[in-house]
Design a protein around this ligand. Structure first.
Ligand code: SF4
Length: 74
């Protein structure tokens, strides 16, 4: 079974280019302030979520194992 992830976006860093939403649209969505928010941290595979985090131009996305607290990105 896939491990459960904790995923969040730092609103002080996000520049709102929606790259993460285009990679994993069920996980990330743009809010009214044109910033990304996590809609569902379980909305896609770990690989896709990490791909979204890696492709964020300002490294605003953080990913951890929810159970162990292991930092998976950055
Ligand atoms: S890719 Fe990064 S900067 Fe772009 S919307 Fe997502 S979190 Fe914000």
């Amino acid at each position: 079974m896939a491990r459960k992830l904790r995923v969040w976006v730092d609103p002080n860093v996000c520049v709102g280019n929606a790259m993460c939403e285009s990679v994993a649209p069920l996980v990330f969505r743009m809010n009214a302030q044109r910033q990304s928010e996590v809609a569902d941290a379980q909305g896609d595979t770990e690989a896709k979520i990490l791909e979204a985090a890696e492709n964020c131009p300002v490294s605003a996305i953080f990913v951890e194992d929810e159970v162990t607290g292991e930092r998976l990105f950055p």
